[in-house]
Design a protein around this ligand. Structure first.
Ligand code: PMP
Length: 880
């Protein structure tokens, strides 16, 4: 078991009661010991800055009159629906500052600890329980109770008085809920400024600085160059100051294209070069929809990709960065140095990882370093002005500061919401910031009657209100998003949760191999953990369980392809299945095999090799729309033809072949039919008996099963076993052997038992969702993909026009780029994995006049519309 070490995060703050200042260490420069104050998670305490203090003063004044408020106030961010800060004054809780994203306003709930400092100035907002409520005053305990008010008052926080005791209360709809009441001793405290806080903390600041500089100096030569990653925010300003003192001269700022102009000006004023390599956020948002905290395509396009490009230019380097433990969970384990996982060129050093925001500001003030002016204006998180991580309170600040930016984003949201029939709350309350809403937001929606789906996405309004159609590939079809949504509640997010490998990557290389869901992995692990034994041999308990499950997996697979009456043999892959037939048929010179130009090398080379035995291969071509030339196939079949070997779906063009017609031709001519179903089984419902083929070959690893699994289905056991040995015989005599009945005779030796059982689990998984539904869903994705790619004049798509003639395997080329270059760029810049080259179909790609091959995006049941859109958007970026 792995042990998670909690970093030494500071959960308390000290306060010097003598100087009335916060301390970042235990002692004050005056010599006094600090009093401990407990902080709240995530403990990232920070100073209240200009607009925070103004806001707090205004809110107090509105409710309680002209009450003087300290200059030194601290804010301790906590979890809430939106902004939620505990305000600390005099080293005590002063109140809670929150923003309501629905009412779009701030409020401050006063804490009882604030009363000793404010009571004597309060001129309004006090409810006297002796006179102000409808209840019989005087008797019993008042704290924790609710009373009806005699006079109406605005909702919100109030001070409550009962004789000589005071407390706080909340008024809501004419009622007051009283919190604890107690006698209050009036107090005053000094009112120092931040300069004095800095002074009283100077020894601690010196220590922090010394340690940070030492750390930078220790690593400065770990790579040939060293630089500072500068974001324009306070943390990177602290790091820039420290790094410059440590002798680092280089720095860079990645301009995302949606930066506040104040930030750009600030960055330039610090002499930091601005790198402009980001993609176009607005265009990408049009295609991919708004990003989300759980769907951060924006970071890839605007930060990670530009960083990669920049690093490619500057080479290996040490980068000093301002990341801190207190910022987020995933930074809480940050080490002193960390290799950038996405980029081995970069070693990150985090010298202020153990600082809180308070330390950062104090350090900058101590150093008289410039600070981005946005902080004083109420922006707490410097970065893109549109960001799914922003609070709605910050969005309001943006509205006030740069209304034109907010208007532009509002328009994107409104358009997106309208197209999908999403409720107004999507844009108005900032619900766009999540794809799947977190519990707090779901609660908010539930309270306000906004419907949320089972997968926690916002529910669209009834489709009747928004039916629209668009032209795709010359046909009038339903708008693609709607087609996807209309697949009977296909819950792709729930499916994706079963594939932890999906993480942040976009995997569009499913035709090569697909991923396995958790139940498949669990089935294999269970075999290893609980009953690993050989199969078909012995009688002990474990071998019985293993044999039974392995046999049962064959049954499941057989049923899945409608082949219960035939023989279902487990192989390594399609290639082995085809070779078993090629080697097992007992050929004689003069025999012929007919196959097609569409074939994968696996369904071509095994036949070509038979030439040594005098067996010739005839290749049938394709006609318009890449369709198989049936007339040519019929012509190719002669009296010597013994087998037709055809793919059911091409792994390059995605075209499906007319298997029923092919089967009829074969029957008419008394020829056996082998189908290569490697690309068909993962995407289409298959019924081998209805098709009427003799052999059906496919790969388990392309249909969510484990690697090293494949299937050969045979109508009759009419071929010689490829291999002989243990496990495949009923009896061995001096003369020869009697083969075991059923699949066993074709599986000599110990098979891939865990893999076979895993393949059975993959079948269960697919059937749990339903092949028809998967097919419908993938069809809508394929339509969207082809429509998106076809919209780019520099992209050439090689796919049949009609949706019923194709599967989600789409080849294309991009003008001016080698297919490998495109695939590499997609990976590097957008984490999109596609295949490039000839896809083991050299004769086909050459016949298409594409000797370099194509780029191929191939889908699976877990791909999403957003992924398709991002692929299209990234390609647009590439071709621009
Ligand atoms: N036939 C087709 C149509 C394929 O797409 C593939 C895999 N790309 C194969 C055969 C070979 O499959 P495997 O590598 O699993 O043997």
């Amino acid at each position: 078991m792995s042990v998670i070490h909690e970093p030494p995060v500071k959960k308390i703050l000290y306060w010097c009661d003598r100087c009335n200042v916060p301390l970042i260490g235990r002692t004050c420069a005056c010599g006094a010991e600090g009093r401990e104050i407990e902080l709240l998670q995530p403990y990232d305490v920070r100073p209240a800055l200009g607009s925070d203090v103004t806001l707090i003063r205004r809110l107090v004044r509105e409710r309680f009159g002209n009450v003087p408020i300290q200059s030194v106030l601290l804010l301790n961010k906590t979890g809430g629906v939106d902004r939620a800060d505990l305000v600390i004054a005099h080293g005590y809780r002063f109140g809670w500052l929150t923003f309501d994203p629905v009412a779009r306003k701030f409020s401050l709930d006063i804490a009882p600890e604030a009363l000793p400092y404010i009571l004597k100035y309060v001129t309004k907002g006090v409810v006297d329980l002796e006179t102000g409520i409808d209840a019989p005053g005087g008797a019993g305990r008042m704290g924790g109770k609710k009373f009806r008010l005699k006079e109406s008052r605005p909702d919100g926080t109030v001070i409550v008085k009962f004789r000589n005791r005071f407390g706080t209360g909340v008024v809501k709809e004419g009622q007051i809920r009283v919190k604890e009441l107690m006698p209050v001793d009036l107090r005053t405290g000094k009112n120092p400024g931040w300069e004095q806080v800095v002074q009283q903390n100077r020894y601690h600041l010196k220590n922090l600085e010394r340690n940070a500089i030492r750390m930078i100096k220790q690593h400065i030569h770990d790579r040939p160059t060293c630089n500072v990653s500068f974001s324009g925010g306070k943390d990177s300003m602290a790091v820039l100051t420290l790094a410059r003192k440590a002798g680092v001269t280089d720095a860079f700022f990645l301009d995302t294209g949606i930066e506040f102009p104040e930030t750009i000006a600030f960055v330039k004023a610090q002499g930091v070069p601005v790198i402009e390599k980001a993609g176009d956020f607005w265009q990408a948002a049009e295609k991919a929809g708004p990003p989300g905290k759980d769907n951060r395509w924006c970071c890839k396009l605007l930060k990670l990709r530009p960083l990669k490009l920049h690093l490619a230019e500057i080479g290996p380097c040490v980068t000093v960065q301002g990341n801190r433990w207190y910022e987020s969970w995933n930074r809480a384990a940050l080490e002193e140095t960390s290799q950038n996982p996405a980029n081995p060129l970069q070693l990150n050093v985090s010298p202020i990882r153990n600082w809180r925001a308070l330390e950062v500001f104090l350090y900058l003030w101590w150093q008289k370093a410039p600070i981005n002016p946005l902080y004083e204006k109420g922006i707490e998180r410097i970065g893109c002005y549109v960001c799914p991580s922003m609070l709605e309170s910050e969005y309001e600040e943006l509205r006030a500061m740069h209304p034109e930016y907010a208007r532009r984003w509002d328009a994107v949201l409104a358009k997106y919401a309208k197209k999908r029939g999403l409720p107004d709350a999507y844009a108005q309350w900032g619900l766009w910031r999540w794809k799947a809403l977190p519990p707090k937001m779901r609660e908010l929606c539930r309270d306000r009657g906004i419907p949320v789906r089972d997968d926690y996405t916002l529910q669209a309004e009834p489709p009747a209100a928004r039916e629209e159609t668009v032209e795709i590939a010359g046909e009038r079809t339903m708008e693609p998003e709607m087609a996807a949504q209309d697949t009977g509640g296909y819950n792709v997010e729930a499916i994706r949760r079963d594939f932890p490998i999906l993480g942040d990557i976009m995997y569009l290389d499913n035709a090569a191999t697909s991923f396995s869901p958790e139940p498949v992995i669990a089935a294999m692990v269970e075999f290893e953990h609980r009953y690993r034994a050989n199969v078909g041999r012995g009688v002990h308990r474990l071998t019985s369980i293993a044999s039974q499950r392995y046999w049962h997996a064959h049954e499941k697979v057989a049923e899945f392809i409608g082949g219960k009456n035939g023989i279902t043999v487990f192989t390594k892959n399609t290639t082995e299945s085809v070779n078993m037939v090629a080697q097992g048929m007992g050929w004689k010179p003069g025999d012929r095999v007919a196959t097609t130009i569409l074939e994968h090398h696996s369904n071509l080379l095994p036949w070509r090799r038979l030439a040594r035995q005098g067996v010739a291969t005839d290749i049938v071509g394709i006609g318009p729309e890449y369709s198989l030339d049936l007339a040519a196939l019929e012509r190719a079949i002669t009296g010597s033809t013994r087998l037709v070997a055809v793919t059911q779906a091409s792994n390059v063009l995605g075209v499906v072949t007319p298997i029923r017609e092919i089967a009829k031709i074969c029957h008419d001519h008394g020829v056996l039919l082998l189908l290569d179903g490697a690309q068909a089984v993962p995407h289409l419902p298959v019924d081998v008996e209805k098709i009427g083929c003799d052999f059906y070959c496919f790969s388990g690893h392309k249909m969510l099963g484990p690697t090293g699994t494949g299937v050969l289905w045979m109508k009759e056991p009419c071929i010689e076993p490829f291999m002989l040995g243990g496990g495949m015989v009923e009896a061995v005599t001096a003369e020869g052997y009697t083969p075991a009945p059923g699949y066993q005779q074709y599986e000599a030796g110990t098979p891939n038992i865990a893999g076979g059982i895993g393949l059975g689990a993959a079948v269960d998984y697919i059937q749990g969702i339903g092949m028809e539904r998967i097919h419908t869903y993938e069809t809508s994705l394929t339509d969207r993909l082809i429509a998106g790619l076809s919209g780019n004049p520099k992209i050439h798509v090689y796919a049949p026009q009609k949706p019923e003639h194709r599967i989600g395997v789409v080849s294309f080329t991009v003008d001016g780029f080698h297919p490998h270059e495109v695939a590499q760029q997609l990976d590097e810049t957008a984490d999109i994995m596609v295949r490039s080259g000839h896809h083991c179909c050299q004769p086909l790609v050459e016949s298409l006049g594409l000797p370099d091959g194509t780029v191929r995006a191939s889908l699976a049941l877990y791909n999403t519309r957003q992924e398709i859109d991002l692929l299209v958007a990234t390609l647009e970026e590439l071709t621009r």
